[in-house]
Design a protein around this ligand. Sequence first.
Ligand code: AKB
Length: 387
Amino acid sequence: MRRPGGLASIFEEKMTVVGTLRQVVGRTLQSPACGCWMSALPVRFLGTSPRQIPEDASFHCASFSEADQPRVLITGGLGQLGVGLANFLRKRFGKDNVILSDIRKPPDHVFRSGPFIYSDILDYKNLREIVVNNRITWLLHYSALLSAVGEANVSLARAVNITGFHNVLDVAAEHNLRLFVPSTIGAFGPTSPRNPTPDLCVQRPRTIYGVSKVHAELMGEYYYYRYGLDFRCLRYPGIISADSQPGGGTTDYAVQIFHDAVKNGKFECSLKPSTRLPMMYIDDCLRATLEVMEAPAEALSLRTYNVTAMSFSPEELAQELLKHVPEFQITYNVDAVRQAIADSWPMNFDDSNARKDWGWKHDFDLPELVTTMLNSHGSDTRVAQAN
Ligand code: AKB
């Protein structure tokens, strides 16, 4: 807000801003983690969206007492991971402390399993109202278009993955939330080292999905250094789950193969037999997410970590499946868009920093994954007959 006082005072004000910015930039470049000193700054001059950052805002690392249970909001809750994540977090923090949200109507079992509300991340006021009315302290932001579907609808992917994320980021900063955003192996590209891919290296993805995720990683880290926002981010590999289907990803074949193997005994794969990608079973993914959210701030040397559990190709997965379903057949009908995406992604992911800093350790390797996935497809299947 501008004070009255004519041109002279505007000039004075600008000079103060320039001076303050010089100090801030100096300190930002030197200053490590906490960022609590930011509370002294005239933030109204610094944010790009003054509507979203009040004059008297003070940004601290955590706004809730650590003894309290967090009040959690999950956006994009009806995607592949949201419902499982809500159930997992509810076991830990209590049913009513975890709110699932989406723009779609939830199925009955989801609606009955705990709080569900409408939230549209493209509507800043709607998001803010939810955060305020429900006293949210943790926001886990899962709304996004995935890699293959993003290429088919770039403008929607840009709106949801980038514009929507800006709203989330500003609401999180304004209300001192701990913000989790999933990133992905898709945040790397053909010029990144692919075997293995470390946390810090060249990131030049060639999909709108990847570009939006690099953007989220950088903006989140910027808000952390700049405003002390407690931003935490994991780069997920392909996530494999039995109960929920992914929508429009390049790694989706590794989920679909189980459905088709159990139902029909055969599967047509959209990637070449030797296409190696990092993967993880959903239980490991949910646990990694909670662990990084609960990690003490001083343990985190990074704000964005690679995490992985295993790495395999379609032919290796098919070999493992054959041990349980001897009549299983895989054929290949390569989708050029998905193949080009997969060929630009990491083959193996280096997650040693996550293991060192906050003790990340996966439980499920390839044999364990295949057994668990087949078992969760029920006992009246070909799998049971094969066993
Ligand atoms: C996709 O394939 O797009 C996602 C991912 C690896 O981020 N599953």
